[in-house]
Design a protein around this ligand. Structure first.
Ligand code: GLU
Length: 549
């Protein structure tokens, strides 16, 4: 999910790789590493933290190689350590590769490889790829691209990959499946990058690889084919954007970019976690505490801001699907106020960064009272991820914007999976019901995309309402937390006063505030409380002429 750059040509690879990966720093990452083929063998280096750490490690080396790969990692499997940083290699340190994405079936593959005698050094899912290529290459009797295709046919998951072979020093391989990867076309040189901004200084001619495609690049040639080795024709395209615009994916700011990443974020949070056949949610991070979860009598969900609101929605969902009472608590309250604890309680802490100060303090309090603690966190190896007994990672890539968007949806979907997992264990959810919910979940990315496609129409509506200074957001049930979240986003982004409120609460006072200068936004889908919402809308329209939407 983070950065990849690869180079094959006549120039020295090292400065090109370093400069390229620095152009991807804006995406956020936790460690970095590179591998270059030299006449004397492979030169590889890794460092935790900033690219500048890696740079200072390599600055006194005289690397002359002109084939290499570099990576900035956003950990998904295994904490951000030097050993877990990419590139990863096989037992004989022959094949080196960098990877963005997640190998879903890495557990089974790793076990099989270990029983065949392979030795693993990292905790990553990525390392299986290097060992699989080693097996498929039969000591170099099978050419690299064939070994790669054979490997990728065994793999389930997402990948952007750049691969080199110490014994095949003129060839760079790229492969892609649901992770972005492009080939940059230069004169007598080729580039690979997860994002065009990494290579724009060298070329604006790029080829967008499709999912399931592999590219074999040498300084003078390129071949692209699918995993069955069937050739695919590609023409290069010219990128016209400025570097700055490319970094934000062509969007004017990160928040908008991340809103448009929502369909992908949801897919990534769901991927590999739905077992349709058995009607169960597979949350690998919770397997170690399965036993303890069966005895849980109450759950406290805690977080701040948007994460708290995801927790509030989680409360509704878990209570609907299980027999467990749930409290949603602002971490800043939970940490300071007297709380009446009982036996067999679990606390779930939600934080995109895994470092939110109040949430961390609330976690410490829960630990002190010996609650079973769980985390829903995006940043692997973050404090909350480390300090909780177990948890579920969001897998949505970095969220740069301070106003959270894609993380909220992902947190809600993970809490839904959690509710199904609990419900199936406690027999409050049947396999049939779980499947029904899964089917709806799978439709969500497309449904969100169809809303994003209305971007222009939404802009027009925003223009109409831009002059107003006060807004009320109303909803009931699942849409109450959504109403709060809508109001929070409007306050945070537009500096406009907005309140989220239960629609039923409106006539008990707040309606007095509403007039033609105070628009009300109702979240009123056709659900069990639709008619109630319609009555509220009529009340507001009749008495106060508030513009409603
Ligand atoms: N899943 C891989 C890891 O955890 C790749 C992470 C990335 O996309 O940066 O190492």
């Amino acid at each position: 999910m983070c950065g990849i750059v690869g180079y094959v040509g006549k120039k020295k690879a090292l400065p090109i790789l370093l400069e390229g990966i620095k152009n991807l720093e804006y995406r956020g990452y936790d460690s970095a590493g590179l591998a270059i083929i030299e006449s004397s063998g492979i030169f590889a280096e890794k460092a935790v933290g900033r690219v500048s750490n890696l740079e200072s490690r390599v600055k006194n080396t005289s690397s002359h190689g002109s084939l290499g790969i570099i990576h900035s990692r956003w950990a998904t499997h295994g904490s951000p350590t030097e050993v877990n940083a990419h590139p990863h290699t096989d037992c004989k340190s022959r094949f080196f590769l960098v990877h963005n994405g997640i190998i879903e079936n890495y557990g089974a593959l790793k076990n099989a490889l270990i029983s065949n005698g392979h030795v693993f050094v990292s905790e990553t899912d990525t390392e299986v790829l290097a060992h699989l290529i080693e097996e498929a290459s039969h000591d170099g009797r099978v050419v690299l691209e064939d070994a790669v295709c054979k490997t990728l046919l065994r793999v389930k998951g997402t990948y952007g990959l750049a691969i080199i072979d110490a014994k095949d020093p003129g060839k760079l391989i790229a492969a892609r499946n649901f992770s972005p990867l492009i080939v940059g076309v230069g004169r007598g040189e080729y580039f690979v990058a997860s994002d065009a901004s990494a290579i724009l200084r060298h070329t604006r001619r790029v080829i967008y690889l499709n999912d399931g495609e592999v590219a074999v690049l040498t300084p003078k040639s390129r071949r692209i084919f699918n995993l069955q080795k069937k050739s695919v024709r590609h023409h290069s395209e010219k990128i016209e954007w400025r570097t700055e615009a490319v970094q934000k994916g062509g969007f004017p700011h990160f928040m908008l970019k991340e809103i448009f990443e929502e369909p992908d974020a949801l897919l990534n949070s769901i991927r590999g976690r739905i077992d349709m056949k058995r009607g169960i949610a597979v949350l690998g991070g919770l397997t170690g505490i399965k036993e303890k979860l069966t005895n849980i009598r109450r759950i406290i969900i805690s977080g701040m801001g948007t994460a708290y609101l995801a927790g509030l929605l989680g409360k509704y969902i878990i209570e609907e699907l299980t027999d467990i009472p749930v409290e949603a608590e602002l971490a800043s309250e939970f940490r300071h106020r007297k709380y009446i604890f009982q036996k067999n309680e679990a606390a779930v802490f939600i934080s995109q960064s895994g470092e939110t100060a109040d949430t961390l303090a609330a976690l410490q309090k829960a630990k002190k009272h010996e609650l079973l603690t769980l985390g829903v966190v995006n940043v692997v190896g973050s404090t909350i991820a480390r300090e909780t007994d177990a948890g579920v990672y969001q897998h949505i890539g970095p969220e740069v914007s301070v106003a959270s968007t894609k993380a909220f949806l992902s947190q809600v979907i993970i809490l839904t999976l959690f509710a199904i997992a609990l419900g199936r264990e406690r027999k409050t959810v049947s396999a049939k019901d779980a499947r029904k919910i899964f089917l709806e979940m799978k439709k969500l990315p497309k449904a969100i995309q169809s809303i994003l496609n209305m971007n222009e129409a939404i802009k027009e509506i925003a223009k109409k309402y831009a002059p107003y200074r006060n807004f009320l957001y109303l909803g009931r049930g699942y849409n109450l937390p959504a109403a709060h979240e809508g109001a929070l986003k409007l306050k945070e982004i537009s500096y406009v006063h907005a309140e989220g409120m239960a629609a039923g609460e409106m006539k008990h006072g707040p309606i007095a505030m509403i007039d033609e200068q105070f628009p009300t936004i109702f979240i009123a889908p056709k659900d069990s409380v639709y008619e109630k919402n319609i009555s509220n809308i009529k009340e507001i329209k009749a008495r106060n002429k508030s513009p409603t939407m």
